[in-house]
Design a binder for this molecule. Structure first.
Ligand SMILES: *Cc1c(COP(=O)(O)O)cnc(C)c1O
Length: 441
């Protein structure tokens, strides 16, 4: 093959098969592929022919396309699925926030006196009402919240934490490493399965700044185990003039179905038990946007607001507006606007009705299976909730691939590919029916 036999970029861009492609990206990919071929020709090696070159460009363009963000159908049964974007924002919440997002606003402008305002004020007012805390602050995510709290109150000193709570949650978030980076020294106490109040007491010394409790978000220590209640840690901290902080991971409002809240009370209850400072994610059980919510005593929040690092962790108007609308929905008791809660609250009866409705629209109805699923997102480890799934006939791995190719993520259980209906959005049901019919053909 000769250089002059290589296809021209212009010709490639105008090919029918690329008519919907994003041309600058396609052109970039084409140039790289053509250059590789030019190098091969220079070295006297066999290059691809025109047809193969176009195939290669098409396959690389497809790889680019498939990596872009795209909606998928969550049939894993896990509502708070970090890999699938955690909590879904209801379209009505999005609509209510849209005017602020698509406009200039008084984000940091005080309309009463025409001076500079504070971007956190309004959201903090709503969160105070919702959770009954003295004050509130929002940062980028709960990992940022942990970092900011430790950096503000425990830098240069020691933070005491139970060995049974030194968690690593998904995405390499390790509590010990975050603590190090924030400038506090970790003082581990107790053993993996047992930590007593006396372990905290004995570890306190003149360098101690904080007693930290971390929620065991994605694991559970069962059997011979013991940990200390947040309220006891708070009392001990107060007696020793130290700060107590509870990294809750996931906070929720009110009640949870299926006895999920048994070992883990709602945020307002935890605050009432006397904890000085807590933080949790906005997109776990709260069912809103990604952010970290810090609640607690007024003077503590004031010190957090003064930390220069807050500037690096601050949230923008998109996050603030959506979070405010979620908070207002809670305050108004419009719970139907919180998708995550709706999914968790669905009864198996409702899910069975949905399974039957899907089956009525399938060329070949699927077996309906009573199963169990998890809440996900590092919340409520080991706590299963009942669910209903459709069982797709045939090879589980093949089915998993075929459905994934159509944007449906299910799960494999006992060598069967399942479509668990607990996490399927109402608006996706029609699409799911079409995909099942297409894939099982
Ligand atoms: C999820 C979680 C975090 C991190 O929260 P992000 O919002 O994902 O940053 C921190 N601590 C605990 C205990 C968690 O469960």
């Amino acid at each position: 093959m000769d250089f002059k036999n290589l296809p021209q970029i212009d010709r490639i861009l105008n090919l029918e098969c690329f008519k919907d492609a994003l041309k600058p990206i396609l052109s970039q990919i084409s140039r790289v592929v053509l250059n590789e071929q030019r190098e091969l020709i220079k070295l006297g090696e066999t290059a691809l022919n025109q047809e193969q070159i176009i195939e290669k460009i098409a396959s690389e363009y497809n790889a680019y396309k498939i990596s872009q963000l795209t909606p998928i159908i969550n049939a894993t049964g896990v509502s708070i699925h970090t890999n699938l974007g955690r909590s879904v924002i209801d379209e009505r919440i999005y609509e209510r926030a849209k005017d602020i997002i698509c406009s200039y606003s008084n984000l940091e402008y005080n309309l009463e006196n025409g001076s500079r305002g504070n971007r956190y004020d309004y959201a903090a007012k709503l969160l105070r009402t919702l959770f009954g805390s003295e004050d509130a602050l929002i940062v980028n995510n709960n990992a940022s919240a942990v970092f900011l709290v430790l950096n503000t109150f425990a830098k240069g000193g020691e933070t005491i934490v139970s060995r049974g709570e030194l968690v690593e949650i998904g995405g390499n978030f390790r509590i010990p490493e975050v603590m190090n980076a924030s400038g506090t020294v970790l003082k581990e106490i107790g053993t993996t399965n047992k930590t007593r109040l006396s372990d905290y007491e004995n570890a306190i010394n003149e360098n101690t700044k904080m007693l930290l409790k971390v929620h065991r978000s994605n694991f559970d220590i069962v059997g011979f185990s013991d940990s200390v209640e947040a309220s006891e840690i708070s009392d001990l901290a107060r007696q020793n003039n130290l700060l107590d902080y509870y990294d809750l991971g996931s906070g929720y409002v009110g009640e949870l179905p299926y006895n999920l809240g048994k070992d883990e009370p709602a945020v307002d209850k935890i605050l009432q038990s006397g904890v000085s400072l807590i933080s949790f994610s906005g997109d776990k059980l709260l069912g809103s946007v990604q952010c970290g919510i810090i609640l607690g005593k007024k003077e503590l929040i004031a010190r957090l607001r003064k930390n220069q690092l807050l500037r690096m962790l601050r949230v923008d108007k998109v996050i603030i507006s959506l979070l405010c609308e979620s908070a207002k929905a809670y305050i108004n008791k419009e719970f139907s606007l919180i998708t995550t809660l709706n999914e968790l609250y669905k009864s198996t009866n409702e899910l069975e009705i949905l399974a039957n409705l899907i089956n009525e629209n399938l060329a070949e109805p699927l077996e309906i299976l009573t199963t169990q699923t998890f809440v996900g997102g590092g919340t409520m480890p080991n706590k299963k909730i009942p669910s209903i799934a459709l069982v797709v006939k045939g090879n589980a791995k093949k089915n998993e691939q075929n459905f994934r190719a159509e944007g449906v993520i299910g799960r494999i259980e006992n060598d069967k590919f399942l479509l668990d209906l607990r996490s399927v959005l109402q608006k996706d049901v029609k699409k799911l029916i079409n995909i099942i019919n297409k894939v099982s053909k």
